[in-house]
Design a binder for this molecule. Structure first.
Ligand SMILES: Nc1ncnc2c1ncn2[C@@H]1O[C@H](COP(=O)(O)OP(=O)(O)O)[C@@H](O)[C@H]1O
Ligand SMILES: O=P(O)(O)OC[C@H]1O[C@](O)(COP(=O)(O)O)[C@@H](O)[C@@H]1O
Length: 301
């Protein structure tokens, strides 16, 4: 079974404003609201690709109720912990000439509530896959990801981490099966501009030397680079298409990669599946469907 953990789920409120003017009253042309957060998006896309997973994490307040309701409606298995203070965040995705995001900090999560998550993780067996993805609420220890990985160290669970900066760097010593930074996150980690594919490869290699088993670097419309556990680099441009909504493209890529890996047991196929799934989400209003992915895969292989 695949389990995803979203410490900080959200409702993504995607608003389109023709010409956004800072400091003025702006009126929307379109509004959409979807359940979001990185692990949740991974679970939603896995579901679309026919792979079962359970979404774990913390939800709070009326927004939390809506996140759980909409996931169930979409056919996702969920096993959230309902926390007592505050509400799950509403993340604003403003689409105008440029895309601007405002992601909330998230509700308070107490030590007792966090310990309930560990109880759920106790159920994981060897061969399960755990996806730890997204930010953690400000109230939680910054070491939460590494604490979980340390806790599970003795089990043969494959762990995927999609997080930024220290949250990611600090887990490398526990040998995550897959990490998926984007090129901007590489810049933040290495305090260096990423100008070429060679820069990406060099940084991916360094992350692998620090402990990551597979390193998948996404570069939005420029595609991706994978450094697999056997030291092989795979690189590809993204397929061509019109971008409709790139929120969740990275999460979709993780879901596509895992699906490809589980079904084909082959890194090249997993890599292409990851790119096709990321792009299929970017090219559609909602997250990628299986048909959309299959059609883009044809452009890649
Ligand atoms: N503008 C785009 N055109 C085509 N594919 C895209 C675009 N944006 C994202 N994708 C696809 O989604 C993948 C992940 O996107 P990216 O934006 O790098 O991730 P993240 O959302 O984590 O920043 C890319 O490698 C690519 O396959
Ligand atoms: O936890 P964070 O880092 O604030 O990110 C949360 C946001 O990221 C998303 O999961 C989208 O992520 P990607 O575009 O990177 O795939 C949104 O659904 C959510 O609003």
């Amino acid at each position: 079974m695949i389990y995803t953990v979203t410490f900080n789920p959200s409702l993504d409120y995607i608003v389109t404003v023709k010409e956004f003017c800072m400091g003025m009253v702006n009126r929307t042309e379109r509004e959409l609201i979807y359940p979001g957060g990185k692990g949740i998006n991974v679970s939603l896309v896995l579901k679309n690709l026919g792979v079962e997973s359970t979404a774990l994490g913390f939800i709070a307040g009326f927004t939390g109720v809506e996140i759980e309701r909409s996931l169930k409606e979409l056919g996702c298995l969920t096993d959230f912990i309902k926390t007592k203070d505050g509400m799950s965040r509403i993340n604003i995705k403003l689409r105008s000439k440029e895309e601007t995001e405002i992601n909330g900090r998230g509700p308070e999560i107490s030590k007792e509530e966090l310990s309930l998550l560990y109880k759920k993780l106790d159920k994981l067996n060897n061969d399960d896959i755990l996806v730890l993805a997204g930010s953690i609420p400000a109230s939680m220890p910054a070491s939460s990801y590494e604490d979980i990985m340390k806790y599970l160290e003795k089990k043969e669970v494959k762990i995927v981490v999609d997080a930024t900066k220290d949250l990611l760097v600090n887990v490398l010593k526990y040998h995550p099966f897959l990490i998926k930074p984007n090129n901007h996150e590489l810049e933040e980690i290495f305090h260096e501009e990423v100008k070429t594919k060679e820069d990406v490869k060099r940084m991916a290699k360094q992350l692998q030397e620090l402990g990551a088993i597979n390193v998948l670097v996404s570069m939005a419309g420029d595609g991706a680079v994978l450094l697999s556990e056997d030291g092989i680099f795979y690189e590809s441009l993204a397929p061509k298409g019109t971008v409709m909504n790139s929120v969740g493209a990275g999460d979709s890529m993780v879901a596509g990669f895992l699906t490809g890996y589980l079904k084909e047991n082959d890194y090249k196929k997993a890599f292409y599946m990851g790119i096709a799934t990321g792009s299929a989400s970017a090219f559609s209003e909602k997250l990628a469907t299986k048909d959309e992915v299959v059609s883009l895969l044809k452009q890649l292989s």
